[in-house]
Design a protein around this ligand. Sequence first.
Ligand code: WT7
Length: 647
Amino acid sequence: MSANIYPVPESLTQGTYLSEETYKAMYDESVNNPEAFWAKQVEELDWYKTPTIIKNTDFSPEKCDIRWFEDGKLNASYNCIDRHLKDHAKKVAIFWEGDSPENSEKVTYQQLHYEVCKLANGLKKLGVKKGDRVAIYMPMVPHAAYAMLACARIGAVHSVIFGGFSPNAIADRINNSDAKVVITADEGRRAGRSVPLKANVDEALLNNACPSITAVLTHKLTGGQVNWNDDVDVWWHELTDECSGQCEPEVMDAEDPLFILYTSGSTGQPKGVVHTTGGYLLYTSLTFRYAFDYKPDDIYWCTADVGWITGHSYMTYGPLANGATQVFFEGVPTYPDIRRIAQVVEKYGVNSLYTAPTAIRALMAHGEKPVEGCDLSSLRILGSVGEPINPEAWQWYHKVIGQSRCPIIDSWWQTETGGMMIAPMPCATALKPGSATRPFFGIQPALFDAEGNELEDAAEGNLVIKDSWPSQARTVYGDHKRFIDTYFSAYPNVYFTGDGARRDTDDYYWITGRVDDVLNVSGHRLGTAEIESALVSHNVIAEAAVVGYPHDIKGQGIYVYVTPNDGVVADEALTLEIRKWVRKELSPIATPDLVQWTNGLPKTRSGKIMRRILRKIAANEYEQLGDTSTLADPTVVESLIDKRLNR
Ligand code: WT7
């Protein structure tokens, strides 16, 4: 084998779930006879009624109707909690590790059941009913999981809003989903600083900006000062104090929505991606088990935030459906110092660690220091998610964190796919640094060119998925047409991912990144349109165009071109002001890295901004601008190049 292939480690080829042969046999069945394959997999879950109708999916642009296990009945919270109680009530579900290493807590499955039931009854008291939407704006504490599972228990649809989003972004999401209640905490904590969560919710609700909200439920975490409005405000502990610790789970149809999660697209406001109960839970449970070669005594740790899909699929539903023990981490990888990840691994004896390339690159900059003096011998499997991992970062992760012993599960998937789509199986797949390798069961990736031709053999093109899988998003909340337009109109009858990919001669996939106007900044997905709309809402800005550019740590940085209004002096102070503005309007994760003031943007004669040119200039590749003959005013480009900021 060539030097850059990492075979399955000897230690993982013994007595494991999946060998190379079983993977191949199961994969073949999953795509040749999906009905038979998935009919067997339904045993993964406990059903009130086991489904007999397995797959009923239609990708046609006229209809786009996706149903799995449609006559099945189940409850997600029952599957994540109750069914484990008989034999494992005392097993730890969550080891909570605080932002400060001095804070920690453990939650057994029994306690999880108690807390979730109490809150579920509390939500009922607030008038929340099956099908109602509940917004969750929480820090990384077990109460975030309680909130999600309490919703699932009573059939309410949760919509988690990332704790880093600003009041405007909260209001937009609440209003789009018509949420009845919002669940939050007084404050969050991050790297020793506090985050004003309740205050942000208050601001989002100001002047009756979110008329659907009837109650704000606040978990007292830090005890920090909060404003109180008796008309809507309710303390979590006061509400649940008198609630029973028993709550019968609601019997849900497999296709009843489980949650909405907002994610950015190339245009307009974020989309409310809708996931349903049966297919989502089954697929996340199965992928969790296989991808991490999960065994009942394992300690698993995913460093994501519940505000993202990874926090739903691989911190809440996937691991808990398996009855797993996991670490829930409130803090950041570099606080109090750069050894935090290694220290937490040692403290809990973590066996599988799932993190993001941006964290890996941030640590890699410090050589071996991030692991100094720490015992990492418990680690067996490493995972990577969120953006392409460059081979250097892969190798550092493998060598320094994984001590050249642990396979890296580079998993490609999306908010819309619900679960992992292309990822190695630790016991079955030889690895190539930088490649997400091969598809999971039931996933049929394909590459298309711009004209809609499918590319055969080794090739590079736009990544599509040819048939449905159980955890696929079913719609965009309140806008099925947008769902069809976004994912099923680029190429008829296949799901278009928005990513580009290369397939090599071993049929391994290498994700090359987004082919649309979606940015991936430190693994956070952001739409250029959202940032532009925040920019132009500032009164000094006439026009704005946002593009990504290669960034060593973040993967992509945010490069902003802005034209000032007449008479505005664009100086350094104003640049600072603009960066702060976006931070506040949208989110700190959307803060522009580079702001270039300009008197014009490159446009076609019909007035369309030529982003291709802006991307090249931002990447400092201004010598390869391609055809600029259709520009209305070619001199704009020279001046942009002249004053470019990324040199
Ligand atoms: C986009 C989806 C997957 C959960 C977290 C992000 C990029 C994700 C990988 C990977 C290359 C990746 C893609 C995708 N992406 N994982 N392993 N290799 N790219 O979910 O916020 O919906 O973002 O993240 O570009 O389309 P998301």
